[in-house]
Design a protein around this ligand. Structure first.
Ligand code: HEC
Ligand code: HEC
Length: 150
């Protein structure tokens, strides 16, 4: 019995040492003082110039809502009465504004499944799915490879 306990303790010590070795040199993103209050992130500026002067950004997987390549600050009015994104992207305006038309999927009523003449209200809040860009390199590297080449 005593022998088993000693063996168990030796094994635990070996495992602990192994773990310490494995994680030696790992730097926490929080810093070492884990009890310190979190610092708020600096506010980032959205990237992108005037619509019509930017390039579409390649999608990384099928069904991805394309990200917004242009500036958005001037077009943030999306409320009950108006939607400044639709000033350019709606079926009625896209030709005149030389803008990409909202996708065919945006004309399908999600309840009835019927095709609508103008975009569905369920898609009214564009930036719920389409995100503007900021200069924010990934905190941790990754090897993600998308499934579309465009
Ligand atoms: C003044 C016209 C205009 C306004 C307003 C506008 N866009 Fe655009 N948008 C464009 C044009 C033009 C492009 C194509 C890229 C370019 O030429 O700069 C584009 C590109 C995009 C794309 C990329 C499409 C793709 O296939 O990659 C998305 C998503 C988008 N806009 C969403 C929005 C959202 C959301 C808003 C409102 C916050 C908005 N746009 C407001 C004109 C506009
Ligand atoms: C619920 C998520 C969602 C909302 C809300 C939404 N979109 Fe999209 N959008 C998508 C997805 C996903 C795609 C990719 C094509 C597809 O699957 O239909 C897309 C594609 C697009 C495209 C590219 C068109 C193309 O032919 O590929 C434009 C432009 C666009 N959306 C504009 C808008 C605008 C403007 C609004 C607001 C009025 C909006 N979207 C609201 C998800 C959304």
């Amino acid at each position: 019995m005593k022998h088993t306990v000693t063996m168990g303790m030796a094994l635990a010590a070996a495992l602990l040492w192994g773990c310490t070795q494995q994680f030696a040199g790992v730097k926490s993103m929080r810093g070492e003082d884990v009890a310190a209050a979190d610092k708020p992130q600096a506010e980032k500026q959205y990237l992108g110039g005037r619509p019509g002067t930017t390039q579409k950004i390649a999608r990384t997987f099928s069904t991805q809502p394309p990200v917004i390549p242009h500036e958005v600050e001037k077009f943030s009015d999306v409320n009950l009465e108006e939607n400044s994104c639709m000033d350019c992207h709606s079926a009625a305006n896209y030709v005149k504004k030389q803008s990409p038309k909202i996708s065919d999927s945006h004309f399908i009523d999600p309840v009835s499944g019927k095709k609508l003449a103008e975009g569905s209200a369920a898609r009214w809040n564009c930036m719920q799915c389409h995100v503007p860009q900021v200069d924010a390199p990934p905190l941790v590297g990754n090897v993600f490879v998308g499934n579309v080449a465009n």
